[in-house]
Design a protein. Structure first.
Length: 545
């Protein structure tokens, strides 16, 4: 509305000016004495002539300027045309990659080959990945690292390719270069942290963690927890070399994460050695309330190193009263009572757990029966321990460890170990798959697959083995006995150390051609007979491990 009013006011003023000049005509005289010329005209005519001259001058200047700039304009038009064609080829190529059309992606990548756009390099790299050309993909990613705008993307691609060909040195160099370029980059910081943890460089891992915290990549709670884990790992490394430094580190870890069991247990041991029994007891009690654990019970029982077995039992009973409904308290009391030869106390502690015993409960019951002099009952409980349910253990990503570790040996993830029953991680799909694999093997040996399943309920009691009756020939052992002895031998056999990947491989659009060829070349087993063999047994053990 304001513009309309302004336009009307301007038009009115121009009209009034024109009328005023028309009512008051004047004369304009232009004289050239050296030429002997003289021109006279009205004011209105002179104004119109000036406007026309200005218009002609502007038109001539524009035409001359266009002629002078025409080469540059022509080359710019060609560049714009090539840019539009390159953008179109890049867009179509990325769409083809998303659809999995390798031939179309290669065609469009060739059309965009001369484009200087960053997305052209990305199209080239992803096309090479889709076609299985690892060398071409790595070359494209290296070209990206030469440009400022695509350097981080190129380092990310080089990191992925190095992980795929199992080159941890190249992967670490790419991750560290990316983390140095952009400290707040999540994948780079996490990869460098995992690399340093895998190498045992806890000081370097703490430095990386501090950079992540300053960059806002971690919340306050996560930062405190991870720092406590790294401090505990470093304290465990220095425990035998410098106990004073280890004690200072583990005290800080206990302050940051009071519920961290390894930190509290180590702090209790080191403080007990230093004579600070009261402080050690407080740290262990705080961790026990949050997460009861056998290591905490041992640390609390041995706060005073000169105590007798009965004194340790009394202290363990006081600790167990903090969590009266937790089974770890009863197990700790039973173990301390057996050490002190207080058999009635051990019997009272184990009685509520004997109805559904785990392996630890059955072992303690066997020890109790042995101390009572009942050898037959001790053998019975030891046999039940073989088939009993598993107790909680340090578990991370399906890997079970006898002691706590700061990182997972499977994925390299920090603070991955949890105190829980290992078989609780198996889902219904894994259980059904294991039963399908085991059924032909067990049925071929005359064993019932349902009865031999580790998820089957343990027998209420197992009688001691009877002597064979005299006769001409002893009866061969049954299939169930063979399976039971085989499972016991497998449980006693040492397990191979797992391979520790340094960092988790992130996803990307390209397929792993080597893995696909290996899968295609792997023979397919058909029927019960084809599944027989050591590989199938290994698969069963991996699933139920």
């Amino acid at each position: 509305m304001i513009r309309v009013v302004a336009f009307l006011l301007g038009a009115t003023l121009l009209a009034l000016g024109a009328v005023w000049l028309a009512d008051r005509p004047g004369e304009v005289t232009i004289a050239w004495p050296w030429l002997g010329q003289r021109a006279e005209m009205s004011v209105m005519t002179a104004a119109i002539a000036i406007v026309l001259i200005a218009i002609v001058a502007i038109a001539l200047w524009s035409l001359l300027r266009f002629l002078l700039r025409s080469p540059k304009l022509f080359s710019a038009a060609l560049r714009e045309r090539r840019r539009r064609k390159g953008h179109d080829a890049i867009a179509r190529g990325l769409i083809a990659i998303g659809a999995g059309d390798a031939r179309a992606a290669l065609r469009h990548a060739g059309a965009a080959q001369g484009s200087q756009e960053p997305l052209a390099l990305l199209l080239r790299a992803q096309t090479a990945q889709l076609a299985g050309d690892r060398a071409g993909a790595e070359e494209a990613f290296r070209a990206m690292t030469q440009r400022h705008d695509t350097r981080l993307l190129g380092l990310r691609g080089l990191f992925i390719e190095a992980q795929r060909r199992n080159d941890p040195v190249a992967a670490r160099l790419a991750a560290e270069a990316a983390a140095k370029e952009a400290p707040a980059l999540p994948w780079a910081g996490q990869a460098v942290l995992e690399f340093r943890c895998a190498a045992g460089d806890w000081e370097g891992a703490l430095h990386v963690l501090e950079m992540q915290r300053r960059g806002g990549m971690l919340s306050r709670a996560d930062g405190r927890r991870r720092r406590a884990v790294l401090l505990t790992a470093r304290a465990l490394t220095l425990e035998d070399e410098n106990r004073e430094v280890a004690r200072a580190l583990v005290l800080e870890a206990s302050r940051l994460a009071p519920d961290l069991v390894p930190a509290a247990a180590l702090a209790g041991r080191l403080l007990a050695e230093a004579g600070e029994r009261r402080k050690a007891g407080k740290i262990v009690e705080a961790a026990w309330k949050a997460s009861p654990h056998p290591d905490l019970a041992d640390a609390f029982a041995n706060v005073r190193l000169s105590d007798s077995a009965r004194d340790r039992l009394a202290r363990t009973q006081a600790l167990a009263r903090l969590t009266p409904d937790h089974r770890e308290g009863a197990l700790a009391v039973a173990r301390a009572a057996l050490d002190a030869r207080e058999l009635p106390t051990a019997q009272a502690a184990l009685a509520p757990l004997a109805a559904a015993p785990t392996q630890r409960v059955a072992s303690l019951m066997a020890q109790l029966a042995e101390l009572e002099g009942d050898e037959g009952r001790a053998r019975e409980w030891m046999a039940r321990a073989v088939h009993a349910a598993r107790d909680p253990a340090w578990t991370a990503d399906g890997h079970v460890s006898e002691r706590w570790l700061p990182v997972s040996p499977v994925t390299g993830r920090l603070d991955a170990f949890q105190w829980k029953v290992p078989l609780a991680e198996l889902g219904e799909r894994e259980v059904l798959e294991a039963r399908e694999v085991a059924a032909p093997l067990l049925s071929g040996n005359g064993v019932d697959a349902a009865a031999a399943s580790p998820f089957a309920a343990p027998p209420a009691a197992v009688a001691p083995p009877a002597k064979p009756a005299p006769g001409p020939a002893a009866a061969p052992p049954s299939g169930a006995a063979v399976a039971a002895s085989g499972s016991a031998a497998a449980a006693r056999a040492p397990r191979p150390a797992p391979i520790i990947p340094l960092a988790q491989i992130p996803d990307d659009p390209g397929p792993d051609a080597a893995r696909e060829e290996a899968l295609d070349a792997e023979p397919r087993a058909e029927g019960p007979a084809a599944s027989d063999g050591p590989q199938s047994w290994q698969r069963i053990r991996q699933l139920f491990r």
